[in-house]
Design a protein around this ligand. Structure first.
Ligand code: FUC
Length: 690
């Protein structure tokens, strides 16, 4: 409930929050140009807020797809995403592993791709317990279920540990010997190229099989460690279970894996079923994870998780002055449009976005996709891929502005694998579109994809222009800019932005004295294959500019840098039209003449956010950006689109508008578990959360 003594949040407060990532904001240095690399990397101010930031409910999530998307509690450690339902009669734990992939050859919204890894059930048979509560505690990265059944209080604690690579569940009962249950892991969507079995042996159930399209071998191991009572395993054909009877408590450890390994060969091998052929079966790896975790006590596992998680989570606290509400989170979300309990939800949604990135983006694992690391389906929306015309860039927003820079490393490693394919495409596109600029030795940089997935990067489509590459490169620049770590700039960032500039420098064509993208598109607008869209030109400009700045910092000079320098003033990134707007299309005179004037993408303003081209030193462009953003209207119902405009309005110093879009997002797109709904359905996309 809202504290009645608090004044309503002012627009200025909100502006502060979104512009600088903190309102009552505690974090050290990363965006301070005078801070040294050592300060920015190790000087984080740990400010553990005393307020509990938690999602909580007084009923389990319904056991259905709808229950999954609206009400289940998401957890994750990069190795797996987990959705916990919290049932009393039967607990359901759904597990996602981001490399368990099927063909994406279908068309439309649902076309295969990421597959549901496991549905795990714990049968308790506790019908209609009392005093039920489940929660996700963001301060600790731990989830709980508690209820009373037959005069016994049953409690469960769940966490997913990055350092130990396992999910850990502890089940306890207030009365000795009162805990009995059956663990029943299952493999969803068998058939249609997916085979597998579930076998119990002693204290462990092993779930394993093959998904044939990419030759993915997968395995999950579930180990039960009861305290007191008895335990027995059973095997009906392909259905291993473990039953614990009359225990005092029990710990369940879960490790999962596949034979997927990030490597350029994955993207260079054209035969899909051959991509993983040289990698070992996951059995040894998963067994190792489980053996290492079982050598530790529950308390040790909990402590290492806690240390890892809070080192990230505690770096930023956002205090808008809200008190912890007395109503469950689903009621809080439902009440938000009526203006009650709002402040706490606003704080919670901010931290929940950071929490989701911590769960879904860890070095050594695949980066977060459209649904982060959470997927219950056989055909998830847009195959749970990495869309490069806004969604993947949005995923890493909190890595930079909310002080989690090392979480970008998952993408760095992924990028450095798929870029091998993009270099080949770059040769092909320069040959096709500007052959006089082709480097005969194949040194044409790398070109931007439209989308990627863990196995393939298809040829680029005209749905978005080649600016997608420079936009990806901008994340690398931000990685440096928010850390100011020069060795990171030299080793990780510079090669990426320099080679992107190389491609762009060969791709652009002289059109009436300026250098333009040809062909060019503004993301997702129907007007395609045009020339010099503001999207492409701005992104190209930003990357050339960032590359030249980086070269100066690192003391580099060479003949290609000289070319970038000569080209920069000719990239003509911004044109102001007759409505006073920043044009989206070069041929447009008045706003909205070409393309959808209320389109969800606001691609002509990317130089305002996340770019820096339109800023306080360019007041005329700032004014024009404001006109464009106003004319775009609030009509787009899309979650990520609202989220993007929060930041754009913040960069325009307009807290009222920024707050309006934040409210729109929470009111219309946030589900009971705070997952963002792309647009009706509900259709979960993690981008707006991030
Ligand atoms: C882009 C967006 C859509 C959606 C899709 C996954 O195409 O335009 O709104 O987010 O990605």
């Amino acid at each position: 409930m809202q504290n009645p003594k608090m004044p309503p949040m002012t627009a200025a407060m909100f502006l502060l929050a979104v512009t600088f990532g903190h309102c009552h904001l505690e974090w050290a240095g990363a965006n301070d140009p005078t801070a040294s690399a050592a300060e920015t990397n190790s000087g984080f101010v740990a400010d553990t807020p005393d307020k509990a930031m938690r999602l909580w409910y007084d009923a389990p999530a319904p056991d259905s797809d709808d229950g999954w998307v609206n009400c289940s509690i998401p957890m994750g450690n990069g190795y797996m995403g987990v959705n916990v339902f919290g049932g009393m009669e039967t607990e359901r734990i759904q597990i996602t592993e981001n490399s368990l992939y099927d063909s994406t050859e279908g068309r439309g919204l649902h076309r295969g791709g990421l597959n549901n890894f496991a549905e795990v059930y714990l049968d308790f048979g506790h019908n209609n317990g009392l005093n039920y509560e489940r929660e996700l505690n963001l301060n600790e990265g731990v989830s709980h279920v508690k209820y009373k059944y037959d005069s016994v209080t049953y409690s469960r604690e769940y966490f997913t540990s990055y350092p130990d690579k396992v999910m850990v569940i502890r089940l306890s009962a207030s009365t000795a010997g009162a805990l009995s249950f059956t663990l029943r892991p299952t493999i969803p969507f068998l058939g249609d190229g997916k085979s597998g079995s579930v076998v119990a042996n002693g204290d462990t159930v092993t779930l394993s099989g093959v998904m044939s399209y990419f030759g993915v071998k997968y395995e999950g191991q579930f180990k039960v460690i009861p305290e007191g009572g008895s335990m027995k395993s059973a095997n009906r054909p392909s259905r291993g279970t473990i039953t614990v009877s009359d225990a005092n408590s029990a710990v369940i450890l879960i490790a999962v894996g596949t034979n997927y390994q990030l490597a350029p060969e994955i993207f260079l091998t054209t035969e899909n079923s051959e991509k993983l052929a040289s990698f070992p079966d996951p059995h040894a790896k998963v067994s190792r994870y489980l053996a290492a975790a079982s050598a530790k006590s529950y308390d040790e596992l909990r402590a290492s998780h806690q240390a890892d998680y809070t080192a990230l989570y505690d770096r930023v606290s956002l205090d808008l002055g809200a008190a912890e509400p007395a109503i469950p989170t689903d009621e809080l979300v439902d009440a938000y449009p009526n203006g009650s309990s709002s402040r706490y939800l606003e704080e919670l949604a901010f931290q929940f976005g950071r929490y989701m990135l911590i769960c879904s983006s860890r070095k050594g694992t695949l980066p977060p996709h459209l649904q982060g690391i959470w997927n219950v389906y056989k055909d998830p929306p847009w195959a749970s891929q990495y869309l490069a015309d806004t969604n993947i860039q949005m995923a890493f927003a909190p890595a930079f502005s909310a002080n989690l820079p090392e979480l970008f490393e998952s993408y760095v490693d992924y990028f450095n694998s798929f870029v091998a394919r993009q270099r080949l495409y770059a040769n092909q596109y320069i040959k096709q579109f500007n052959p006089s600029q082709l480097d005969p030795n194949g040194d044409n940089g790398w070109s931007g994809p439209f989308w990627t997935n863990p196995y393939n990067v298809p040829p680029k489509s005209a749905v978005a222009g080649f600016g997608t590459g420079s936009w990806l490169a901008q994340m690398f620049w931000d990685y440096y800019d928010y850390t100011r770590d020069e060795s990171l700039l030299a080793d990780t960032v510079y090669p990426v932005i320099y080679d992107q500039a190389n491609f762009v420098s060969r791709f652009v064509k002289d059109v009436d004295g300026v250098l333009l993208a040809k062909p060019s598109s503004s993301p997702e607008q129907k007007h395609r294959d045009t020339v010099g869209t503001t999207f492409d030109q701005q992104m190209f400009y930003e990357n050339h500019h960032n590359t030249l700045t980086a070269a100066k910092i690192l003391g580099r000079s060479d003949s290609r840098l000289a070319i970038y320098e000569n080209q920069l003033p000719l990239l003509d990134p911004i044109q102001v039209g007759k409505s006073g707007q920043i044009k989206e299309f070069r041929q447009e005179e008045y706003y909205g003449e070409i393309g959808d004037p209320t389109h969800r993408h606001t691609s002509m303003l990317l130089g305002l956010y996340p770019g820096q081209l339109i800023n306080d030193t360019t007041p005329a462009w700032l004014d024009a950006a404001k006109i464009s953003l106003t004319l775009r209207t609030r009509k787009s119902p899309i979650g990520w689109s609202r989220a993007e405009r929060i930041s754009m309005w913040a960069r325009l110093h307009d807290g009222e508008e920024a707050y309006t879009y934040y409210k729109d997002l929470l009111e219309r797109n946030y589900l009971h578990n705070l997952f963002n709904d792309h647009r009706g359905g509900p259709l979960f996309q993690a981008d707006a959360n991030y």
